[in-house]
Ligand binder design. Structure first.
Ligand SMILES: Cc1cc2nc3c(=O)[nH]c(=O)nc-3n(C[C@H](O)[C@H](O)[C@H](O)COP(=O)(O)O)c2cc1C
Length: 167
């Protein structure tokens, strides 16, 4: 059954990825909550835990920013091995070596707050539907419209998501 996995308020789920997003490190709870052994996920793409409900436009936003060297704060619904799921609020960063060259990408995830659940689920459901019916361009337009309706813009994405997490 696709049941929800509990992420408690003290849990911090960490993983690191290479340039392609392959998992190079993760902490024990990352494997535990996803229901995989370490061996099953190491060196695998992060998309192995991608949930089919997630809109493409959210990951497009993630990668556009990461490739520009910018952090992203984003809500993600992830898929467990048994078909279950869990929601997190992720902070994905680009780590650099002392000489400034790329080191890895690091994601630290916490439980999504109860108040963010309804608006984000509603937004993602709509984005996914729009993508399936009209394509990603229309989905981008919808995401922008959502941010503007909330009094912000795509440039303020991280701040707006942080606000939703806090409300
Ligand atoms: C450090 C890091 C952590 C990531 N964590 C997740 C994650 O928890 N869940 C997820 O679906 N994608 C995550 N991604 C994004 C995936 O690499 C991928 O873009 C996404 O799953 C969508 O899959 P697709 O690009 O094959 O469509 C992460 C990427 C990086 C660099």
């Amino acid at each position: 059954m696709s049941s929800e996995q509990v992420v408690t308020s003290v849990d911090i789920i960490v993983s690191k990825g290479d340039k392609e997003g392959n998992i190079t490190y993760a902490n024990p709870i990352f494997f535990k909550v996803a229901g995989y052994t370490q061996a099953e996920l190491m060196d695998q793409p992060h998309s192995k835990i991608r949930h089919p409900d997630m809109p493409k436009v959210v990951f497009e936003h993630l990668w556009t920013n990461l490739k520009a060297g910018k952090d992203v704060k984003v809500f993600v619904k992830n898929l467990c091995k048994d078909g279950g799921f869990y929601w997190v609020f992720a902070h994905v960063r680009v780590a650099t070596n002392p000489d400034g060259t790329f080191r890895n990408y690091v994601s630290t995830r916490r439980a999504m707050s109860a108040s963010a659940r309804e608006p984000i689920e509603a937004l993602y459901t709509e984005l996914k539907q729009i993508e399936d019916q009209e394509g990603i361009e229309a989905s981008r337009t919808k995401l922008n419209a959502f941010l503007v309706a909330q009094g912000g813009s795509l440039e303020q994405f991280n701040e707006m998501m942080t606000q939703l997490q806090k409300n």
